[in-house]
Design a protein around this ligand. Structure first.
Ligand code: C5P
Length: 418
């Protein structure tokens, strides 16, 4: 029975199926979406019909299957525009390397692709292919292109593949995909009324009017966090160093350059905030003097004297009160011990540790592998998209806020809190 509380209840899901052996899982996926209350229409590429019959999908979805631009029997036109308008979400599962490449380059040679190009709704893809095709630079580039345009990628799993080989490329399981799509609609405003600050990106420390000292931070993790907190209803101020990223929807962005500027802006905003996530890569040192004119090269060595910058997170930690404060740590050695000492020193509620040693973690990518560390222990997460990591961080922030609200209520009513 469909639950009225299901985020998929009454939603229109356009399920695109492409020509992969994993298409057999689309039958189960369709059933799961229907059971969760979604209305599902299926659009298949011509090749997909070789892998699963339109009859199966029509029976499960209770709609005729759409493959061609028009019905060869009666000439009825299948409008990609009206399909795109009907859909609240387009889900392509399985998505082959071929379809992903066409989506990335705007090729529109079948109904599924024309519908994708005209769809205004959120689009999610569940890639399915052999491990080498998945790992190929072309496929990875296409996935990055699609992700940068807002397409949600449902990571394939590792395991046995139809080729007999084993590796990454297995389409995610139908339950995972259905839950992911449900999550797209699950816009609970759990942080409504909360003011949050997020710092992100790299600071820039001027040496002279032309040169500066900075670092490799892309800002992606912090921007994902700001977007996630805003999607949950928080009023988010994103204090951003240098990045090349668009401002996430619903977020107020303040651009700063130096560590000193980020310090002033963040400390000033903290008074009115309910919490802050310190994701920026702030310079620890800045040139003691900034030359007003461009430094000229000479024959010998050049020495630039650096002085310490102020630690923004530590300052907020000292004024924390009952606000939530989340820090990041990027370590190359003694990761956990260093992160634990930062947790204490800066009074973080928890710290998100990423190690440069882990493949897929770090600066420029769209994935991250992190461990949450708080006073109760460590939680190591698998390799996830930065968006998923942002959602896990927001979940934790919510929990901490709920816990302090319950404790405050208990104190007010004279009952012992937890
Ligand atoms: O001590 P370390 O720089 O490794 O600490 C990292 C954490 O502290 C991050 O959350 C970072 O955003 C924050 N930080 C800060 N101001 C600084 C240095 C670090 O807010 N000047």
């Amino acid at each position: 029975m469909a639950s009225a509380n299901s985020p998929l209840a009454g939603r229109h899901v356009l399920l695109g199926i492409t020509g992969s052996i994993a298409a057999y899982k689309a039958a189960m996926l369709c059933r799961l979406l229907k059971t969760a209350g979604a209305d599902v229409q299926v659009v298949m590429t011509p090749l997909a019909k070789q892998f699963i019959t339109p009859l199966t999908m029509a029976t499960l979805s209770k709609h005729p299957i759409l493959v061609e631009f028009f019905d060869p029997e009666n000439g009825a036109w299948n409008s990609h525009v009206s399909l795109g308008e009907w859909a609240d979400c387009m889900l392509i599962a399985p998505a082959t390397a071929n379809t992903l490449a066409k989506m990335a380059t705007g090729v529109a040679d079948n109904l599924l692709l024309t519908t994708y190009l005209s769809a205004r709704c959120p689009v999610a893809v569940a890639p399915a292919m052999d491990l080498d095709m998945y790992a190929h630079a072309a496929t990875q580039q296409n996935l990055r292109t699609l992700a940068s345009r807002g397409v949600r990628i449902i990571e394939p799993g590792e395991g046995e593949l139809a080729s007999g080989l084993s590796g990454k490329g297995r389409m995610a399981e139908p339950e995972t995909i259905a839950a992911f799509v449900g999550g797209l609609f699950d816009k609970r405003q759990t942080l409504a009324g909360k003011r949050m600050i997020v710092t992100a990106g790299a600071t820039i420390e001027a040496i002279d009017p032309v040169r500066f000292i900075s670092n490799h931070s892309s800002g992606k993790m912090g921007y994902a966090i700001a977007g996630e907190l805003a999607a949950r209803g928080a009023a988010v101020t994103l204090i951003s160093g240098r990045t090349a990223l668009p401002t996430p929807e619903g977020v107020e962005r303040v651009d700063v350059l130096s560590a000193a500027e980020m310090y002033e802006t963040t400390v000033a905003a903290f008074d009115r905030a309910d919490g802050a996530v310190m994701c920026a890569a702030v310079a620890d040192y800045t040139p003691s003097e900034v030359s007003e004119t461009k430094l000229k090269k000479g024959d010998g060595e050049l020495t630039i004297t650096l002085r310490r910058t102020r630690d923004i997170a530590a300052e907020l930690g000292a004024r924390k009160g009952n606000r939530v404060l989340v820090g990041f740590a990027l370590e190359t050695h003694d990761e956990e011990a260093n992160a634990e000492s930062k947790l204490e020193r800066k009074h973080f509620d928890f710290i998100v540790l990423n190690s440069l040693r882990d493949a897929g973690a770090g600066f420029r990518g769209d994935t991250n592998k992190v461990t949450f560390i708080d006073r109760a222990g460590h939680e190591e997460l698998p390799l996830l998209s930065k968006r998923e990591v942002a959602a896990r961080i927001a979940d934790r922030i919510e929990k901490i806020m709920n816990r302090s609200a319950t404790a405050a209520q208990a104190a007010a009513s004279g009952e012992p809190g937890q």
